[in-house]
Design a binder for this molecule. Structure first.
Ligand code: G6P
Length: 604
């Protein structure tokens, strides 16, 4: 979603801002803009529809140097994507960039219009610019003006404000939208994601909810929600500097698919030692009678898979719910309940809100399975199990998902151990996890064959995915991947539901993708396959290499490496990721930044 970069420096900062925006492109956006204050105290703003490259070209044609500046990529919420609606927004000497949604913007807009302010955009953000401008008239500093303005705002924001007449500082505020301060030498930075600033610093402080900060070249002063001075520790980032590079790959998504064996090995490091599970770092998992998992999107599918594992292997009751549903209904919390949030970014607005709500409603403990250390979910949970997948740039989640599944299997083992799981089950989990990176490597070997298979989907408008048991969520994830990046309408069904509706859709135009591992449900799945064949459906079956499913007319069979059934959901994810990737490439869509989607959904 929207991205923010800001800097106060002595040198010309424009290229740093543009590079920061490029590094945030993966989040999804529709327009971009920059505002800088130059040595003669002129405020110059450039905004463009479309890509950061268009903005950079415009700036290259008419250079606009300056040492203090703010930049933004916008993902439209209020007001269509257009140059007028792009950030920064300006009011008099004030320029503002903002992530989030100001919920009382209509009331504030009316009030400001009555006071003579003219609006030039349809955005909610423009009220912030006018409010700060108004408050500055009665304030002694930009800091005080921003503090006064934010007390009038309802909703979510991460914002950065600069003032033409006071060029050596920016004031930033956070409520519901992440901001990270980058510490430089004789210069300082702000961004919505540390990735944006990795070329200029590795030292970061995360702002907390309600924080306001005044940033100059040499000083960072932070104040908490009550406007009291606060200290936010600085951390050295260990994210690779070139995390944004595609290397030899054409797309980030493919690079990230290929990174999965290493990413999973990283998830397991120190947690699976000498073939034995080392689960101390999971914290206290004793006395848990109920697990509630909360997540969105792909992370929700990881949670759905884990429910099968937690109930079957750990013997603990488990519910899974989409965060946006959970947060707006009354749910019953049983004693001794563990809340598990799952999130790649750790900043998804609904998941974060669900965690905060759950903390008020009596959950015993809250653990997050998350990929971003220092993210809001990690900081606000009692425990964090980091997935260590490395930066994921492609909007469609791949390595974040399989590492979430790996972490969730570790959590299952931890819960099981605390709940009296027998030694055999624990050894089985350890052995399955130990073999996983090599198995994933083998599954990647299916790439060439899947590329050929993808040709069959290029002209299709719909697809149906079928799975059973813990492979049903994998079918859902396969359908999500296909729709996200190839724009083919795809649905997933638990195969047993076939007769209750989707069978009516089957004809020769409807490809049906079946995930068929080697477990006790296979005979039932084979009957489902026959039901589809009998109606002329075109089948694509991903089946364990040891299974005797023979290719037939209208039925292609792809052999998947044999593995222990408990870990099969992770393995079968791979061919489905590769399939959606190749279909998208054939269709010529924007694989890494699919239309209308955002990587990190920081507004509800
Ligand atoms: C967006 C992304 C998905 C992701 C979902 C949840 O929709 O495009 O890939 O699964 O958000 O994000 P999270 O960061 O909480 O896992």
């Amino acid at each position: 979603m929207c991205g923010i970069v800001g800097a106060v420096a002595q040198r010309d900062i424009v290229e740093v801002l543009l590079e920061g925006l490029r590094r945030l492109e993966y989040r999804g956006y529709d327009s971009a803009g920059v505002a800088v204050i130059n040595d003669s105290q002129n405020l110059r703003r450039v905004r463009r529809m479309g890509k950061v490259k268009t903005l950079a070209d415009a700036i290259a044609e008419s250079p606009t140097p300056g040492g203090t500046g703010i930049a933004h990529t916008r993902w439209a919420t209020h007001g269509e994507p257009s140059e007028d609606n792009a950030h920064p927004h300006v009011s008099g000497d004030i320029a503002v960039v903002h992530n989030g949604i100001i919920e009382n913007h209509e009331k504030l807009r009316e009030e400001l219009q009555d006071q003579g302010y003219t609006f030039t955009s349809q955005t909610d953000t423009e009220v912030i610019a006018h409010l700060v401008e108004r408050e500055l008239r009665d304030s002694t500093s930009l800091l005080n003006a921003v503090m006064a303005a934010r007390s009038l705002l309802e909703g979510a924001y991460g914002m950065v404000v600069i003032n033409r007449t006071d060029p050596e500082r920016m004031v930033v505020a956070r409520s519901g939208s992440p901001l990270v301060v980058g510490h430089g030498i004789g210069e300082n930075f702000i961004a919505s994601d540390q990735l944006a600033l990795l070329p200029v610093t590795r030292k970061f402080s995360y702002l907390e909810e309600g924080d306001v900060a005044e940033i100059t070249r040499t000083e960072i002063r932070i104040f908490d929600a009550g406007n009291e001075p606060a200290t936010r520790e600085a951390h050295e980032s260990d994210v690779e500097h070139d995390a944004g590079d595609k290397g030899e790959f054409r797309h980030h998504m493919m690079k990230e698919i290929y990174e999965q064996p290493v990413a999973i090995a990283n998830t397991l490091e120190g947690r699976l030692v000498g073939g034995k599970l080392n689960l101390e770092s999971l914290g206290d998992l004793s006395n848990i009678d109920q697990v509630q998992i909360i997540a969105c999107g792909t992370s929700y599918h990881a949670g759905m898979t884990a429910r099968y594992w937690i109930e079957e292997l750990a013997g603990i009751a488990c519910n899974v719910e989409i965060a946006s549903e959970f947060r707006y209904r009354k749910s019953v919390v049983r004693p001794n309940s563990l809340l598990v949030t799952i999130s790649q970014s750790g900043e998804t607005a609904d998941t974060l809100a669900a965690l905060r709500l759950a903390k008020e409603t009596g959950y015993d403990r809250a653990i997050t399975i998350c990929n971003v250390p220092g993210s809001s979910l990690v900081r606000e949970s009692d425990m964090a199990l980091l997935t260590r997948a490395g930066a994921e740039i492609g909007v469609a989640s791949t390595k974040a998902f399989t590492t979430q599944l790996t972490a969730l299997m570790l959590l299952t083992a931890g819960l099981g151990r605390a709940n009296g799981m027998n030694k055999e089950s624990e050894s089985r989990i350890a052995e399955a996890l130990l073999k996983l990176p090599a198995l994933i490597e083998k599954a990647i070997g299916m790439d060439g064959a899947i590329k050929d298979l993808a040709e069959h989907f290029a002209e299709k408008h719909h697809a149906l995915f079928l799975g059973r048991g813990d492979q049903y969520p994998i079918a859902m994830e396969g359908a999500l991947k296909l729709k996200e990046i190839s724009y083919i309408h795809a649905e997933a069904y638990a195969a047993g539901e076939l007769k209750h509706g989707p069978l009516a859709l089957i004809d020769s135009e409807m490809p049906i993708i079946v995930v068929a591992p080697n477990n006790e449900l296979i005979e039932k799945l084979k009957s489902n396959i026959e039901e589809v064949r009998a109606r002329g459906g075109e089948l694509f079956v991903f089946a364990d290499e040891k299974l005797s499913i023979r290719p037939e007319s209208n039925m292609k069979v792809m052999s998947v490496p044999h593995c222990d059934d408990i870990i099969a959901p992770v393995l079968y994810t791979l061919p489905l990721q590769l399939l959606s990737y190749h279909v998208a490439v054939i269709k010529g869509t924007d694989v890494d930044q699919p239309r209308n989607l955002a990587k990190s959904v920081t507004v509800e």
